[in-house]
Design a protein around this ligand. Sequence first.
Ligand code: PRP
Ligand code: URA
Length: 209
Amino acid sequence: MDNIIIMTHPLIKHKISLLRDKNTGTNEFRKLVEEIAMLEGYEALADLPTEDVEIDTPIETCITPMIQGRKLAIVPILRAGLGMVPGVLSLCPTAKVGHIGMYRDETTHEPVPYYCKLPSPIEERTIIVLDPMLATGGSACDAIDQIKKKGGKNIKFMCIIAAPEGLKKLHESHPDVQIIIGNLDRELNSTAYICPGLGDAGDRIFGTK
Ligand code: PRP
Ligand code: URA
């Protein structure tokens, strides 16, 4: 499918395996989420716009490209997306950060939105939406709907683990959105958790139950 990148780098696969381990504690889990986000971010930012600037080297003056840092916005979906923010910011520290708050209803598995604050002007920015888990796809689709309603155009979605069901829904609902995935897992179970997955990403990042 067009516009979908599934990472193949062994470092990412290795770190995702460590994340899956139920014996991996909160501290290590957070570090791994950050590192994976940084490695995936390198790929997600491959087409980031640059502008030519004049730099004086010790030898001569040259015209050389630099990232237009003010044109990037990263938007974590609360809560679990927060864990990916430092990894992407380490690559692009001048990026603006928006937040979208939503949680899944435990019975219907539908997203329940409760917060949205985006940097302006949002329509001029490359926007990377962050959430480690793409399960049914409901949360990602709703978040991207909200961003588009506020004028966002150039949107990417980056997750660590996706289920085929969520990937299909997101890609069909928003074919213009580039999707970057650490690993495509097998399926959802009857409670809409990803199998084999890693459990509840928010609880594992923040040490809650
Ligand atoms: C998790 C995850 C995604 C969502 C994915 O959040 O971080 O946002 O579920 O599921 P979906 O693709 O079926 O919508 P959760 O609802 O557990 O909220 P939390 O991060 O606040 O714990
Ligand atoms: N949210 C999670 O945190 N994990 C899943 O497997 C599905 C949704």
